[in-house]
Write a protein that binds this ligand. Sequence first.
Ligand SMILES: [Zn+2]
Length: 408
Amino acid sequence: MAFQYTGGSVTKALKALAEVVKNSTEKLGFWKGLDDEELKIQQKDIKDFLALIEAKKGTLDNSCEEAATLAPPPPHITPLEQSHKDQRCTFPQVTDSGEDGELAVMVQATEESKEKIFVSKAVDKLQGFIRKELYHALLHRFTTKKLVKSAVTKVVLQHPESNRFTKVGGKVSISAHKFIHRARLNLLVCNFNTWSGQSKECRRCGHPKESQDHILQSCRYGLPKLITQRHDAVLWKVKEMIEKGKKKDWKLSIDKSLQGHGELRPDITLVSEDKKEYIFADVTCPYETMKMMQEGWNRKIEKYDSAYKHLRKQGKKVTVLPIVVGSLGTWWKPTTASLVALGIEEAAVKREIPEICSTVLEYSKNVYWNHIYGDHFSRPPMKFGKEKPRGNSWKNEIEKDGSKIQSE
Ligand SMILES: [Zn+2]
């Protein structure tokens, strides 16, 4: 019985090999009684073997004659009567285990490596190894070699928290689940995503492209309402965290210009008690492409660095901290360091990331449905995420400790 490999994907070859191994082992009942040490060695052999298949991808042939001219020859399993000693084959062969005439499989990964004989009992473990190797190889190929990945996926992949709710449920509503998976695949219903000849113009503001990006980030219809509220909801959450953090005694102002230092209004201004240290932080929720996320980050730094360089000249310590959270609920890795620099405990940041992501996610879902339904849209109560208080009074220092702030 020859193991045939006629080129094509490594996955297919491995699947075919696993199939042969499975069928053979089921029929012959070999590979048993190996201890852990031996299995470890064999695992390495399988790795070498798989590497060899990978290296020879597309060049291996199922004919033994042709194979002989190739180094190494194709994997094949020969019948028992052909003793492996007579052959210089470096691939699995059925052989005699030397014990009670029981069958086994001999594997020699390369001509230089040792011959390994797989006897009975180890069949499950060996199959497990092959499965594991296959899984790791696939995952590795998916993350490093599959270049066709959507821009959104690249951002999602850069932080595990961006996707964790799909596994554990987490603080995300069912309606947000329904929204987010389509959104991340660019499958939301909107004019730009249609293939028919219909107009791609925005149904609300007349912009030439009613794309997901446009609806969620810049449409004049959503911008003054929910898009701004989404930004403010993140700001509110961060404000709450700062007030519990190590820098809670610093002077905190939200969305206020620094008196006597220009008109710019950073989202967060934190001034140390001795007024020698200034921290400016600004929230942004860009659409998920690496470029936009990075640009969103850089823009904040450039903007405030140049605006407050005179403070540096006066000998003050000035830090600019962008807070970037993707509008499809993805966590931009460097944002963690920004929050820590704002005096928030690292553990607290870690704990709150899911809530911040789901806050943005829930708001974005509302931005989308508001765009589609227009005046007929009624906002469902927020069950997950952090809803910001109604209006803007919470941004004022005086009312911060004052009467109860109503939720929007
Ligand atoms: Zn629009």
